[in-house]
Design a protein around this ligand. Structure first.
Ligand code: SF4
Length: 214
């Protein structure tokens, strides 16, 4: 059964998933765990006199972002002290780990260690969040209409509503993963390739810094 992450990668680039599945070690790099821990320390971070090195924004910005999340989301206090953490979920079609699960009504939260987009959530993370909500819904036998996505290095929390469009993106990614049995074509949008670890293996030439600046 594919994982939430498989779907997210397939939503970014199916060929990248093809390469990643051939890697011996698919575990995240060690610094991811350090950054993820920040999502479980919001009360302490709001009070701390200095912030950990993993946080790239200023203390003022970080705290402002967390205060905004608290004001915006009715369930922020539960996110700050979640009833359950690192929950393995298995749905009808996908499985994976939700970093936090809130109860009554159930809502999953996924923690990402990169930077957030200016608004909303990156497309692969949307697919990841919908997959987690679907699996949680299947396990609890109740509709799950939203998921949270946290960017703890920035103190930012965003919400993903399971709209028709987002559920369609999830189903597209699921179909892509299920159909994967050989290397899919390279992306036409080569801008995405600049951040891909498989550039060399894939044979994609990205533009040099000099050509980008000229
Ligand atoms: S280099 Fe580009 S096309 Fe190739 S796997 Fe990575 S993202 Fe996909």
């Amino acid at each position: 059964m594919p994982t939430f992450r498989d779907l997210a990668i397939a939503a970014y680039c199916p060929r990248q998933l093809y390469y990643e599945r051939r890697e011996d070690d698919r575990s995240p790099p060690p610094e991811v765990a350090d950054k993820r821990k920040l999502a479980f320390q919001y009360p302490e971070l709001l009070e701390a006199s200095s912030l950990p090195d993993e946080i790239p924004v200023t203390p003022t910005q970080f705290r402002t972002n967390l205060h905004c999340a608290r004001a915006r989301f009715d369930r922020f206090e539960e996110l700050a002290a979640p009833p359950t953490e690192m929950v393995s979920l298995e749905g009808k079609d996908v499985r994976g780990v939700a970093h936090k699960v809130l109860d009554n009504p159930p809502v999953p939260s996924l923690v990402f260690t990169g930077s957030p987009p200016p608004e909303g959530v990156w497309h692969p993370q949307t697919v990841h969040a919908v997959a987690a909500a679907k699996a949680l819904s299947w396990e609890r036998k109740t509709p799950v209409e939203r998921a949270f996505v946290e960017f703890p290095t920035h103190g930012i929390v965003r919400e993903v509503r399971l709209t028709t469009r987002k559920k369609a993106a999830y189903r597209r990614a699921l179909r892509t993963v299920r159909a994967l049995d050989g290397p899919p074509p390279r992306l036409k949008n080569r801008e995405k390739c600049g951040a891909c670890d498989f550039r060399t293996k894939c044979g994609v030439k990205t533009r040099s810094l000099r050509s980008l600046l000229s």
